[in-house]
Design a binder for this molecule. Sequence first.
Ligand SMILES: [Zn+2]
Length: 194
Amino acid sequence: MRCLKCQNEKVSDEYLFPVITVQTLAVRDITGEKKVQALGKTERYYVCRECARQQLNKDREGTQKIKKVIVRFGSLIPIGVLVIVLATLFNLGPVKYVGFFAIIAGCLALFENIKRINERKKTINKMNETQALKESAWQVLQENAPKKDGENDITYIPIDKSVLEHKKGDLTILYNLLPEIAIEAYKRIKKELS
Ligand SMILES: [Zn+2]
C-alpha cells in the first residue's frame, strides 16, 4: 500500500484510515433540487508522515492558502469592475448587473474562505502534536482521495471511535449526511469496530 499523495510505500499503520465512502447525487426535478445518498464500500487509505507533516505546516501558516483564495476569488472583483466600466461605456445597461454580481460573489467567497481557513488554523493550534498530525493526515486524505464516481460525489467518513462520540444529528452536519444515512453510518462504524 502506498501514500495517497506522494506514493511512498507504507511504513507504519499510524495514518492508515479505514473509511466509509458516501455517494451523493444531486437530483433536480420540478420540486427543486434534492439529494440522493447511499453508503458505499469500506476502503482503506494510507497517508505518510511526511505528507501529514507538510499539511500541518500549511495549516499552521494558513497564509499560503489565503493567498491562493485571494487569487482565485479576488480576481472576480476587478473583472466585475471592468464589466461595469465597459457596460457603461457601451451603454449596455443590463450587463452592468453581471459586473455587480461578480463583485458581490467575489467578496462573499473571499470572506467565507478566509473565515474557514482561520477557523481551521484555530482548531489545529488547540490540538497537541499527535492529534494535529492525525487531523492533517485526514485532511490530506480528503484532498487526495477520489471525489467523483461517475455522476456521484464521493465523501468519506472515518471508521473511528471518535465518530461514535458525536450525536447522530451532529454527523449529518459534520459529514453532510441525510439523517437516515447518518444512522446507517453510525451502525456500520459500530459494527466494523466491534
Ligand atoms: Zn506521502
